[in-house]
Design a protein around this ligand. Structure first.
Ligand code: GRF
Length: 204
């Protein structure tokens, strides 16, 4: 049944625990997909070790070695075209992608964010939530568009903020939900069950 499987590529910049959750879900046949590449901008990312262990090809496009963001993005774009995935998954990929890249893969890029969007976009979402004093936060999986963490929302999980929580304790609790929510959203994509209708995602 391999012929039915989608090709997914993961972009990650750091420890890659969400990447690992995707690797495990594919291995356990929960997601009908093959992970065809890990693309990283950081040669020291622990995600690279995870990819190697799982036998996933790694492409390092080291941001620091490029003279400008434009040149970096051109290299990233051609790597992605070569990889030719059905879905590009941003799993802790810490760079904002330019419009050119986003437009090249409409409806084919997904991100996970550790807050209930549209609240607390950008960096340190868990810290923003604690500082704001919200009682509920969580995580969001969304398609990527040209806005910052603003694309159509696929799935969200709520997580209660407890008294005494700090950024780290909340992040740890949210992360457990990320590891469920992200593979679930990818699974829905791979089963062709997601329709983007305006800024809404309908799940069939
Ligand atoms: C996660 O909290 C994710 O939501 C955010 O970056 C973090 C990446 O963690 N975008 P990991 O590298 O997947 O462990």
């Amino acid at each position: 049944m391999d012929i039915m499987k989608k090709r997914i590529a993961v972009l990650a910049s750091g420890r890659g625990s969400n990447f690992q959750a995707v690797i495990d879900a594919i291995k356990d046949e929960k997601i009908p997909a093959t992970c065809v590449a890990l693309i990283t901008d950081n040669p020291k990312a622990y995600a690279i070790e995870r990819a190697k262990k799982a036998g996933i090809p790694v492409r390092i496009i080291d941001y620091a070695t490029f003279p400008s963001r434009d040149v970096y993005e051109r290299a990233l774009l051609s790597a992605r075209q070569e990889v030719d995935a059905d879905l590009y998954v941003l799993a802790g990929y810490m760079r904002i992608l330019g419009a050119g890249i986003v437009r090249a893969f409409p409806g084919k890029m997904m991100n996970i964010h550790p807050a209930l969007l549209p609240s607390f976009t950008g960096l340190h979402a868990q810290r923003q939530a604690v500082q704001h004093g919200v009682k509920v936060s969580g995580c969001t999986v969304h398609f990527v568009d040209e806005s910052l963490d603003g694309g159509p929302i696929i799935l969200q999980h709520c997580v209660a903020v407890q008294e005494g929580d700090d950024e780290d304790s909340l992040a740890e609790r949210i992360l457990k939900h990320e590891h469920e929510c992200f593979p679930e959203a990818i699974k829905l994509f791979c089963e062709d069950r997601l329709d983007i209708v305006g800024r809404t995602v309908r799940i069939r």
